[in-house]
Design a protein around this ligand. Structure first.
Ligand code: ADP
Length: 396
């Protein structure tokens, strides 16, 4: 079976077509600048194709990507009917979705109903679902939620210590994100360690532009650093992560800003970018540190300190730890950050092998042999996880 995975943003649509017989990627690509001037990057193992087709909306982007998949020169299928199912990344499933689901009208309405929790993400996700329905009305579609994996968190982890009415009336609680990635790397970790996932205590660190740590006990998320929105937790590329909430009215008054403007700044002008003044990309930050930039050094120190702090907290929450997992852009590539984080964890028996830590590109342990707490680097693959879930649901 061939499965098309769709990740739809407000002006972009990422796709991947997988052959589930061997889980190989037949083609992948990105339609971006939807509603602006339209740009397509389409890749197959044989090469890359780029174009600037007209893409006024997501339905048009959908036909552009189907044309690319079917094209006589750079296509990979002969007929649309070869696509057996479509798996969609949906950001917020609220408390309604605890696992992936086959999409029907009721599910669509439920995704819409929780959209106020993710106003920037769920509406474009729904647009993607509707565009697929328009072009392939008979192909089953599955929704895979970033939040679903974390629905196993106990109340003590997901409740904010607010007036309980805030939870009762408005569902204000911690949901967590990056669930598809945390779930994928935890399964890979069990394989790498040669132990059943059902017996492991893991701290999974998804460190990309957005970043979160997840405590995974016996295969289930028991806590995670992101909350009601992806703003909570670690200091990120441009997001502040945890701050004293009283800072918000303080900035509003001092800078003459509205609450929405301050929250926008916390999302887009804070974190590594705000602290360093250099940027949000860790390669630029490391280069700045090499030239003696003190603010960039502080930014990276804040980042590593907070990651280590969450790992320590989760080791306590789970009453033990078998492995730390590093994944996503920074986790997979930045050996300096991994080393910095692991320095804080020596007390729990972590030591990393400098030679292993300098390698990249494959799932591996970077610990010294025999260490009690293993440190693993595992490339994430959210698209594969979405495709696997989609296949599982169809077979069921
Ligand atoms: P997202 O999917 O959240 O956009 P990614 O997981 O792709 O993010 O991570 C992107 C980030 O990874 C970049 O902003 C950069 O900071 C970091 N990154 C990517 N490659 C490297 C590298 N070789 N060394 C250090 N950091 C890297």
């Amino acid at each position: 079976m061939k499965i098309l995975v769709i990740n739809c943003g407000s002006s972009s649509l990422k796709y991947q077509l997988l052959n589930m017989a061997d889980e190989s990627v037949l083609a992948k690509g990105l339609c971006e600048r939807i509603g602006i001037d339209g740009r397509l990057v389409h890749e197959r193992p044989q090469g890359k194709y780029e174009a600037s087709p007209n893409m006024p909306d997501h339905a048009a982007a959908m036909s552009v990507l189907l044309d690319a998949l079917l094209d006589a020169n750079h296509g990979v299928i002969k007929c649309k009917s070869e696509i057996g199912a479509i798996g969609h990344r949906v950001v917020h499933g609220g408390e309604t979705f605890t696992a992936s689901v086959l999409i029907n009208d009721t599910v669509e309405a439920a995704i819409e109903a929780v959209s106020d929790l993710a106003p920037l993400h769920n509406p474009p996700n729904l647009t993607g679902i509707r565009a697929c329905k328009q072009h392939m009305p008979n192909v089953p579609q599955v929704g895979v939620f970033d939040t679903a994996f974390h629905q196993t968190m106990p109340a003590k982890a997901y409740l904010y210590a607010l007036d309980y009415d805030m939870y009762d009336k408005h569902k204000i609680r911690r949901y967590g994100f990056h669930g598809t990635s945390h779930k994928y790397v935890s399964q890979q970790a069990a394989e790498l360690l040669g132990r059943p996932l059902s017996e492991l205590k893991l701290a999974s660190c998804h460190l990309g532009n957005g970043a979160s740590v997840c405590a995974i006990k016996n295969g289930e998320s028991v806590d995670t650093s992101m909350g009601l929105t992806p703003l909570e937790g670690l200091a990120m590329g441009t997001r502040s992560g945890d701050i004293d909430p009283a800072i918000i009215p303080f900035i509003m008054e001092k800078e003459g800003l509205t609450a929405a403007q301050v929250v926008d700044a916390l999302n887009k002008k804070s974190g590594m970018l705000g602290l360093s003044g250099v940027g949000s990309d860790f390669r630029d930050l490391s280069a700045a540190v090499d030239t003696g930039n003190e603010r960039a050094k502080n930014a990276l120190d804040v980042f590593a300190y907070r990651v280590a702090g969450y790992i320590g907290r989760y080791a306590a929450c789970m009453n033990g730890l078998d492995a730390v997992i590093f994944t996503a852009g920074i986790g997979e590539n930045d050996s300096g950050i991994r080393a910095k984080v692991c320095e804080y964890l020596e007390w729990m028996g972590v030591s990393i092998n400098a030679d292993a830590n300098s390698k990249r590109g494959k799932a591996m342990s970077i610990s010294n042999t025999g260490d009690k707490v293993q440190v693993l680097v595992i490339p994430t693959n959210e698209e594969l996880m979405i495709a696997r879930d989609t296949k599982k649901i169809l077979e069921a």
